[in-house]
Design a binder for this molecule. Structure first.
Ligand SMILES: [Fe+2]
Ligand SMILES: [Fe+2]
Length: 273
């Protein structure tokens, strides 16, 4: 059980930001923008999964998870709303969200299926967001020199992802979800998530006229595979999900609490549950 609170982020998302808001770097901006584009659709799916999962639980179990699920839904609903505002700016910059359209079509195929499938997909995606969040919080200095409003947004989102990383996983277990389904969806989600991230990032760079620049590829190589690279540092925690006795709480998340404690001036708590 986790005490999840909903926070309102106090940043200005009215004023436009630069195309290369991430430290003047085209690749990093394109990658973060791609992830932002996935959130309004993706996080709505996570909310629906958790809601449907709750309905399938017996009443005593519903009572046990009620507060946590409310907190989860409140956090994800806030994220998708904020990323919607962020994405409006991306649209004005000429970027096109192809990820959301593709994801929507795919998710239609799940309609009417067992809620445990939805939860297994959500838990696998939440594993990805949790390890990405942990990496971002650990390497927050890599966002120095970026648009301060967006740096705050990403670290706030990362912290809350870390906070609620167990919710979907626990509901899946509570509904008797087995290891085989969990792993089957984890493998599929890995392929889709990495493929979609790559495709949307490339699309963003192409529209930005930066795809075939040497500086873009150099940045991608060091940001993904360098000593502190995202993929290099995330491989091991990614793989741990395949262990039979895995639970999200086994992975470190104290950096989230620290960021939230150190940045209380950047948000207000709107709902304690
Ligand atoms: Fe989120
Ligand atoms: Fe999440």
């Amino acid at each position: 059980m986790t005490d999840l609170v909903v926070r309102r982020l106090m940043i200005d998302l009215e004023t436009p930001f630069a195309r290369h808001w991430c430290g003047g770097d085209a690749f990093r901006s394109a990658l973060f923008n791609a992830l932002s584009m996935s959130f309004p659709v993706g996080e709505q799916f996570f909310i629906d999964s958790v809601r449907n999962g709750m309905k399938a639980l017996p009443p005593d179990k519903q009572e046990q998870y009620k507060a946590e699920v409310q907190g989860f839904i409140g956090q994800e609903a806030t994220h998708r709303r904020i990323h919607g505002l962020y994405n409006d700016h991306l649209e004005k910059q000429g970027l096109i969200n192809v990820w959301a359209t593709r994801a929507q079509k795919r998710l239609k195929l799940l309609e009417g299926s067992d809620p445990r499938h939805w939860l297994a997909i959500t838990a696998a995606n939440e594993h990805f967001t949790a390890i990405f969040a942990e990496w971002m919080l650990r390497n927050h200095d890599l966002l120095d020199g970026s648009e301060p409003r967006l740096k705050t947004l990403w670290l706030w989102h990362a912290s809350e992802e870390s906070e609620h990383k167990s919710t979907a996983f626990d509901l899946y277990q509570a509904l008797g979800g087995n290891y085989e389904w969990r792993i089957k969806w984890f493998r599929r989600v890995t392929v889709y998530f990495l493929g979609d991230t790559l495709r949307q990032t490339v699309n963003n760079l192409r529209r930005d006229g930066m795809l075939w620049k040497w500086s873009t590829w150099k940045s991608a190589a060091s940001y993904l595979f360098g000593r502190r690279g995202l993929l290099r540092q995330s491989y091991r925690p990614w793989r741990e999900y395949a262990r039979r006795d895995f639970h999200p709480n086994q992975q470190e998340s104290e950096l989230a609490g620290r960021w939230l404690a150190d940045n209380t001036d950047k948000y207000s708590v709107v709902g304690a549950v």
